[in-house]
Design a protein around this ligand. Structure first.
Ligand code: PLP
Length: 438
């Protein structure tokens, strides 16, 4: 049986000097204890107690090339040798921006920033400036970063577990310390309900600057949009003079080089990308129409950030795009095959062990939940999952050498192999037995 004594001791040490003991609130909820890493390579993470895990958490998404990828690291090292950041311009910015406009169908131009949260902040600001309106429509169960103007209670068992069924006129803040006034311009709606959307947009069109949506509800159940739903958002926003922001911080470069909007053939006005773009290095971007970016070209809208477009960040973005698109992007097929094999295996194990569960998958990302339903197509259904049982499952999986997020979202990287999937399915088989034993 693995032990976690050294990780526990390090957490206690960290708590003396690091508020909360972890660097991002979400990480503190890991059971039996937040892990401290010794090293990581490929899809294997080794903790300070000497335990090894096959990693499906992938640092909450960015590690599409796995850990310490040789080709990626070489490109980063070469960039660092030329100086990390200049506060001046360099070719890497132009090259990454050009590459992004090539792969992201909706992007005539881009801006570069450091995190998904910042990209969303800029997209909201641009929308308000472009339309001259204030309000923003967002949806239950989606997450768009932690800035005060958009962060509302987050429906994750490993974070703040609060009700999210507030009426449209009382959007609950996501955390203490966030002014409720900062959400006064937010209209919170159920997702995947075209009638509710149409009614709210038509009633408030003269006030609404933007609709922001994940294209697939990856943060809550990996729920796919109903056929025609994203098209409906596109049509209505176009008709009513509202900016459509697709938040592709998870789906970007993961559901294909062109993200979800490339895959689904829908063109939002603005797209936000981050996570996988940097392969683990902090870089994000907003892409969109040149009409909207004219506001930045003409300096009517400010976009700031000391480290924006630094040499390491641009090298990281270029490295991910180069490595993921070589051989015509064949690796996307491999990732999808591995995801299908793993998901198919999990469903068979549900049947074998007589366990009620659902796995929603698209490309190399899926959500695994224990739930007494045949399918999960709506946030309200997702809320019925047994998150306690899943948290227990995640803890037992750690003991079996598999690292998964305690909320059920799994990522497959370009370097997972069939043998990892086989080993993972064997671990799940054993864990299902242990779960039944209580
Ligand atoms: N948007 C979405 C859809 C996300 O899932 C996240 C992070 O999980 C963000 C925005 C915020 O990104 P970051 O954590 O890089 O600030």
């Amino acid at each position: 049986m693995p032990t976690y004594d050294k990780s526990r001791a390090k957490l206690a040490e960290a708590k003396q000097v690091l508020a909360g003991g972890v660097a991002s609130t979400l990480r503190g909820s890991m059971k039996p204890t937040p892990l401290y890493v010794e090293s990581a390579s490929g899809v294997i993470v080794k903790d300070v107690d000497g335990n090894e895990y096959i990693d499906y958490q992938l640092a909450y998404g960015p590690l599409i090339l796995g850990h310490a990828h040789a080709g990626f690291n070489e490109r980063i090292a070469n960039a660092m040798a030329k100086g990390i950041t200049y506060g001046l311009q360099h070719d890497g910015e132009i090259e990454l921006a050009r590459r992004l406009t090539e792969v992201l169908p909706c992007a005539d131009k881009v801006v570069l920033s450091g995190s998904g949260t910042e990209a969303v902040m800029l997209a909201l600001r641009l929308s308000r400036a472009y339309t001259g309106k204030r309000k923003v429509v967002r949806f239950h169960g989606h997450y768009h970063g932690w800035s005060d103007s958009i962060f509302t209670s987050f429906p994750s068992p490993d974070m703040m577990q609060k009700a999210t069924s507030a009426a449209a006129d009382s959007v609950p803040p996501g955390t203490k310390g966030q002014s409720e006034l900062s959400l006064q311009d937010v209209i919170l709606l159920p997702w995947n309900e075209p009638e509710a959307l149409e009614a709210a947009l038509r009633a408030n069109a003269s006030d609404i600057a933007a609709v922001i949506s994940e294209p697939v509800m990856c943060n809550s159940g990996c729920i796919l949009p109903k056929p025609g739903y994203l098209e409906k958002i596109r049509e209505l926003t176009r008709e009513l003079g509202i900016v459509f922001i697709m938040d592709e911080v998870i789906t970007g470069f993961r559901l294909g080089a062109g993200g979800a909007h490339g895959r689904f053939g829908i063109t939002p006005d603005l797209v936000t990308v981050g996570k996988a773009l940097g392969g683990g290095i902090a870089v994000s971007a907003v892409g969109g129409s040149k009409e909207i970016f004219e506001l930045i070209d003409t300096e009517q809208v400010s976009h700031l950030g000391t480290l924006n477009g630094n040499g390491v960040a641009t090298a990281a973005g270029l490295a991910v795009l180069e490595l993921m698109t070589e051989n015509d992007g064949a690796v996307y097929g491999t990732m999808e095959d591995n995801a299908l094999k793993l998901v198919g295996g999990i469903r068979s194990l549900f049947a074998k062990h007589d366990i009620r569960g659902v796995v929603n998958q698209i490309g190399p990302v899926f959500h695994f939940m224990f739930i007494d339903e045949d399918e999960v197509n709506h946030f309200d259904t997702f809320q019925k999952r047994d998150s306690g049982k899943y948290a227990k499952f995640a803890q037992l999986m750690l003991e079996e050498g598999v690292l998964v997020r305690p909320n059920g979202l799994w990522y497959i990287s370009a370097v997972h192999e069939s043998s990892h999937i086989d080993a993972t399915l064997q671990a799940i088989d054993r864990v299902f037995v242990r779960l039944a034993e209580g």
